[in-house]
Design a binder for this molecule. Structure first.
Ligand code: 5GP
Length: 287
């Protein structure tokens, strides 16, 4: 008989941070830099742990240059030529995470098999259709809470991958215990992105698509193999110009979250987090 797990699992939209006493006087006092030494490779990392996803629209060399100015990194998509890679890699470092999983036992298995950083998230992505096509998934906030607990017990690290729609969601991912947070849709639509720019009645849009969408499969594999279904979609995102203002919005939001809960460092955010369950996050009167 199939088992039904009756515990309620939560998404970013289901919670808010409970504000806490804070002695911080300004958002500028908040330190977002993290330093990690990885369990298996013993390599170390220092930076602001927000990552651009390895999608060919956002995981570009141009995005990596823009994010690296803020000590953030980009997982570069795999469709650049060897020559393009050689040129880029001579000046930048790389990182190779394992995943994606959503349960503590899979995290433990991957870490014990030698992985350092586990990507957490099945189905939360903005252009992902996995949950519709397969019925498989796990609400992202609960996935992060459970997987972070499992990883940290073994001194491993996790990336919350997908599902962030606004800076508050990025903060919630860190509050839930993510060491890194990976973004696709929030970084789409910018100058640094790959993909076509379209003009629709004088308004500019950029194409953004999932890496398992028909669009990506046509582009890189000559179509979808006849034994599988596409698990992604393509959307037109309003053109947003330089990614710099979006980065500042995300990092500014994150600093602000930290001041509301009294965390002087991003490192302290998890410990200072109490989530409250809510039925509505914002006022929709003028949306
Ligand atoms: P977002 O930040 O846009 O919500 O999520 C980005 C993440 O969505 C990526 O890092 C990747 O894990 C996931 N993703 C990207 N393309 C696809 C796709 O075509 N199908 C699925 N299932 N997930 C995708």
């Amino acid at each position: 008989m199939p088992r039904v797990d009756a515990d309620i699992k939560l998404d970013f939209k289901d919670v808010l941070f409970r504000p806490k006493r804070s002695s911080l006087k300004s958002r500028s006092e908040v330190d977002l830099m993290r330093t990690f030494t990885f369990r298996n490779s013993k390599r170390s990392y220092r930076g602001i742990p927000v990552i651009a996803a390895n999608m060919d629209t956002v995981g570009t060399f141009a995005m990596a240059r823009a994010l690296s100015k803020h000590f953030m990194f980009t997982t570069i998509h795999k469709h650049y030529s060897v020559e393009q890679w050689k040129q880029f890699a001579s000046k930048h470092r790389d990182c190779l995470p394992a995943g994606n999983v959503v349960t503590g036992e899979m995290v433990e298995e991957l870490i014990l098999s030698g992985a350092d950083i586990i990507k957490v998230g099945i189905g939360p992505g903005s252009v992902c259709t996995t949950r519709k096509k397969t019925g498989v998934g796990y609400p992202q906030l609960s996935a992060v809470i459970e997987c972070a607990d499992a990883a940290h017990g073994l001194k491993g690290h996790i990336i919350s991958d997908g599902g962030c729609t606004c800076p508050g969601d990025v903060a919630k991912a860190f509050g839930a215990g993510a060491d890194f947070t990976m973004l696709g849709g929030m970084l789409a639509g910018h100058d640094e992105c790959g993909g076509e720019t379209l003009d629709r009645n004088g308004k500019k849009f950029k194409i953004f698509y999932g890496m398992s969408s028909d669009t990506a499969m046509e582009k890189y594999a000559g179509g979808i193999a006849d034994y599988r279904a596409s698990e992604g979609k393509a959307v037109e995102v309003p053109y947003l110009g330089d990614v710099e203002h979006t980065i500042r919005d995300i990092l500014g939001g994150l600093r602000s979250t930290c001041t509301y809960v009294g965390a002087a460092k991003l490192k302290e955010l998890g410990r200072r987090t109490t989530f409250i369950r809510v039925t509505q996050q914002v006022n929709y009167m003028f949306s």
